[in-house]
Design a protein around this ligand. Structure first.
Ligand SMILES: Nc1ncnc2c1ncn2[C@@H]1O[C@H](COP(=O)(O)OP(=O)(O)O)[C@@H](O)[C@H]1O
Ligand SMILES: O=C(O)C1=C[C@@H](OP(=O)(O)O)[C@@H](O)[C@H](O)C1
Ligand SMILES: [Mg+2]
Length: 162
């Protein structure tokens, strides 16, 4: 079924999969606004993502994330953080609001991209998180293997497949 104008397109996948980059390209291609969940969370908390994790803990971060998901406007392209689609309440809402696209990146490519993991408090547990999250990411409507593809090419593939 073609994408409805009120349906959101949410981009999920592991840290370093290129969600934030591809969401921006997709927003340009579709002419739709892009909502970055992490930016919304940081703005609401008045501090950075690492500061939220360090000072308030992951459960507090996930609660802010659920709130940010509930505030996404119809029709937006949504740049999710890597764990957002793995929270049951956020996932149910995202699936009800529109389409979800899983960007599937190899561990080696993600490691090249995120380096030491600065700004990503959970980067050190990347492999263990992938093992836990993969069955959850598989609930997405569409999966794109991103290794070797430029962001614009990924965005075009998403639009063709939606
Ligand atoms: N398709 C791509 N090919 C090469 N590098 C990419 C691609 N997508 C993103 N990157 C780079 O990888 C890094 C992580 O991208 P980002 O969009 O922040 O990922 P995520 O939001 O999934 O963690 C950035 O430096 C970005 O420029
Ligand atoms: O995987 C995760 O749980 C997280 C991913 C991050 O976003 P990116 O996937 O854009 O790095 C950010 O939401 C936070 O550090 C938690
Ligand atoms: Mg991101």
């Amino acid at each position: 079924m073609p994408l409805g104008s009120g349906e959101t397109v949410a981009v999920t996948g592991m840290m370093g999969a290129g969600k934030s980059t591809v969401a921006r390209a997709l927003g340009r291609l579709l002419g739709r606004p892009v909502v970055s969940l992490d930016a919304e969370i940081a703005a609401r908390a008045g501090k950075s993502i690492p500061a939220i994790f360090a000072e308030d803990g992951e459960p507090a971060f996930r609660a802010l994330e659920r709130h940010a998901v509930s505030a996404v406007p119809p029709g937006a392209v949504v740049d999710l953080g890597g764990g957002a689609f793995c929270d049951p309440a956020s996932a149910a809402r995202l699936l009800a609001m529109g389409r979800v696209v899983f960007l599937d990146v190899s561990p080696a490519e993600a490691a090249r991209r995120i380096g030491a993991g600065d700004g990503r408090p959970l980067a050190a547990t990347w492999e263990a998180l992938l093992a836990r999250r993969l069955p959850l990411y598989r609930r997405a409507h569409l999966t794109i293997r991103v290794d070797g593809l430029a962001p614009d090419a990924i965005a075009r593939r998403i639009v063709e497949a939606l």
